[in-house]
Design a protein around this ligand. Structure first.
Ligand SMILES: [Zn+2]
Length: 296
């Protein structure tokens, strides 16, 4: 992925070097993962109702608003916004975010959807407060519709993602583009519709989640298509990287690697084959109307 010609986005919110210790809880003592942190992680898991296993690797969407768990004050809630990133990882994420802004601004214009509202991307380390509850690095990247921000702990790209098969810069770009895909769904009112559908049809909730995730994959494909057309961003091997990542973060693949078998009923993101399929559909067509996972 060649990003030399790209400007950084001005919408990174950097909470990594905050005065409260990089966004980690300020109690529990020490820099190591203390018991307090683990309890908090489990509490977040419990209150958020999220199975970390189901979202790890593919990113997710924290659509449930949580009540104040009483711990919120312990977490970083803001960071510097609009600054240029000076570290390599920050610059990369900022430029990728810039590409998504350019791509979706154009698509919104072309479709008469008005101005694309650029989301903030929060870089944090360890744990942070989001409009959807406490974000934890273990969750993987996620999008919070309530505050319209993407949350990313870079350790995901360094550790977890790599272990799962998210390797290479374009694979990382795909993960970010997938989260931005959720933001686009939010702008188009699709997230709301899906949440309502889930509530009125709890037996199909998993299936509806899958359709939502596959659409975000298709939107990531749309992003890749636009970059492929705009010249020199995509290098040889990039698309394969994204495909490999999409395949690696399929629920069946993740479950098999973690528990040795796959349980289709518990899928919330789709199988590897489905994810590759929908990413490819966006990539080949470049047409957002091809991403209607609910209809197909
Ligand atoms: Zn997702």
């Amino acid at each position: 992925m060649r990003l030399d010609d790209w400007q950084q986005s001005r919408n990174i919110e950097d909470r990594r070097n905050s005065s409260m210790g990089g966004g980690r809880p300020s109690f529990g003592g020490g820099r190591k993962l203390g018991l307090g942190t683990i309890v908090l992680a489990l509490a977040a898991w419990y209150f958020l109702g999220i199975n970390p296993m189901s979202i790890i690797g593919g990113g997710d969407i924290l659509s449930q608003m949580t009540g104040d768990s009483g711990y919120s004050a312990q977490y970083e809630t803001s960071g510097t916004v609009g600054q240029e990133m000076t570290d390599a990882e920050g610059q990369f994420v900022s430029k990728v975010l810039g590409t998504t802004e350019a791509v979706w601004t154009k698509i919104f214009q072309q479709n008469g959807w008005g101005t694309y509202p650029k989301p903030k991307l929060v870089l944090y380390s360890g744990a942070t407060r989001s409009g959807c509850g406490v974000g934890q690095a273990q969750m993987g990247p996620f999008y919070c519709p309530a505050d319209q921000k993407v949350y990313l702990d870079l350790s995901f790209f360094r550790d977890t993602g790599r272990r799962l098969g998210v390797k290479g810069d374009f694979a990382q770009g795909y993960v970010i583009a997938h989260e931005i895909g959720h933001h686009v769904q939010n702008q188009l009112g699709i997230l709301n519709q899906l949440e309502q559908a889930k509530r009125s049809n709890s037996r199909q909730a998993n299936m509806i989640s899958v359709l939502s995730e596959l659409q975000a994959d298709c939107f990531a494909g749309i992003w890749a298509n636009a970059l492929a057309q705009s010249g020199n961003v995509i290098e040889s091997g990039d698309i394969e990287e994204a495909m490999t990542a999409a395949e690696a973060v399929g629920d069946d693949r993740i479950q098999k690697s973690q528990q040795g078998y796959a349980v289709p009923d518990s899928f919330t993101h789709g199988t590897s084959a489905q994810r590759v399929n929908w990413f490819t559909r966006g990539l080949k067509s470049g047409d957002v109307h091809q991403c209607d996972t609910l209809k197909s």
